[in-house]
Design a binder for this molecule. Structure first.
Ligand code: IMP
Ligand code: MG
Length: 192
């Protein structure tokens, strides 16, 4: 373990097992949607769009999509909400253009963590305005309700964690530690 890290909250084995479970559930739920499309005589083929919120969702999404044995496409959205070394959300900045052809598609928004809810809240709202056939949010981690500044519907949650600042498996502090394979807290000296 890197010397800057303090304590492991979620191990790589726990992550792998949970990602496989979420993948199974999501694949099943999407199959039901596609079945309904077909019953209505629509060809839902290729209509599944996975949208990772970058950069944090990069690692989670890479693992999750390989648990989905279905035809899908990936569209990326880049958001920054913790600019620089700050650990508190200073509002959401959309750093890339959102996909704008999502009408009638089955959309799955993937993020690393639900904290204040501002990031997913904005992304979900903008995507819903395009009238997709369905929208689902999927996060690996969820902080307690007390962290929320905005309510947002999240259909799939990997792990509920305490209100602590965590890094690893895609999550960063000042751009670092995303490559750490587990979810861990940082030593206080590092954050100061
Ligand atoms: P929200 O908009 O406050 O819900 O924040 C969501 C975004 O903030 C996530 O996509 C993360 O990039 C970042 N974030 C929130 N909490 C943490 C944390 O504990 N560690 C690292 N990044 C975090
Ligand atoms: Mg992020």
């Amino acid at each position: 373990m890197h010397a800057d890290l303090e304590r492991t909250l979620v191990t790589r084995e726990q992550i792998a097992a949970r990602v496989a479970e979420i993948g199974r559930q999501l694949a099943q739920d999407l199959a039901v949607d596609l079945g309904k499309d077909q019953d209505r005589g629509e060809d839902g083929d290729g209509g599944i769009v996975i949208i990772p919120v970058l950069t944090g969702a990069l690692v989670f999404t890479a693992d999750l999509i390989r648990q989905l044995p279905i035809k899908l496409s990936l569209r990326l959205v880049a958001i920054s909400s913790y600019p620089g070394k700050s650990m508190e959300s200073k509002g959401v900045k959309i750093a890339s253009e959102l996909p704008h052809d999502l009408a009638g598609k089955h959309v799955v928004i993937v993020d690393d963590i639900l904290d204040s809810g501002q990031t997913l809240g904005v992304v979900r709202e903008l995507i819903e305005r395009q009238h997709p056939a369905s929208v689902r949010c999927c996060v690996l981690l969820k902080k307690p309700e007390s962290a929320r500044k905005r309510h947002v519907e999240v259909e799939y949650v990997g792990f509920e964690i305490p209100d602590a600042f965590v890094v690893g498996y895609g999550l960063d502090y000042d751009g670092y530690y995303r490559n750490h394979p587990e979810i861990a807290t940082l030593r206080l000296e590092v954050i100061k």
